[in-house]
Design a protein around this ligand. Structure first.
Ligand code: FMN
Length: 164
């Protein structure tokens, strides 16, 4: 599949089959994440891959806006050192992972980290030091149903030539 096809195909998926995601695919996703652009080439990220049922259950409990992590086959938590551009860098890595997941036929959903009140608790629960920022969590699994991307705003509504 070409990059643009993955961009068009990607949609948030929050319901998953019970089938596990093979380790080599999870490695591929993290590899996609670490290949994202990064300000000043600092590569400030760390990726925690969670596949244990009990850990996913607890994570879904703590991260209230991502309660569906409880039913995911895996979750990748994206952490970053607290650099000037940690959020941009961590988000770029997150999007790379989402696009790679779409290409592999996996369902995925971005779950907010950084600005949520639970960010500190998730950080401690996953064993990261408080020097790290939780940028996002990506819940993953084989989709229960095919999801279709739905955008509210059309290209012509958002695109401006030469001036705003
Ligand atoms: C920064 C960010 C944080 C998000 N946090 C959550 C979240 O906590 N829980 C959730 O269910 N979806 C979350 N999403 C997914 C959005 O709800 C989703 O991308 C949006 O509804 C558009 O749908 P689409 O991804 O299918 O295009 C988040 C997306 C972004 C970019």
């Amino acid at each position: 599949m070409q990059t643009f096809d993955s961009i068009v195909k990607r949609a948030s998926v929050r319901e998953y089959q019970s089938k596990p995601v093979p380790k080599d695919l999870l490695e591929k996703l993290v590899d996609a994440g670490r290949r994202a652009p990064t300000a000043r080439a600092v590569e400030p990220w760390e990726f925690v891959v969670i596949t244990r049922k009990e850990t996913l259950q607890k994570l879904g409990q703590i991260a209230t806006s991502g309660s569906f992590i409880k039913g995911a086959a895996a979750c990748i938590a994206v952490f970053s050192k607290d650099t000037k551009y940690y959020l941009e860098d961590g988000c770029a890595a997150t999007e790379n992972i989402l696009l790679a997941a779409a290409e592999l036929g996996l369902g995925a959903c971005w779950v907010a980290g950084d600005k949520k009140p639970y960010a500190g608790e998730v950080t401690g629960f996953l064993g990261a030091s408080s020097d790290f920022k939780l940028v996002s969590m990506i819940s993953l699994g084989w989709p229960k149903e095919e999801a279709e991307q739905a955008k509210n705003r059309k290209l012509e509504d958002v695109m401006h030539w030469e001036r705003f």
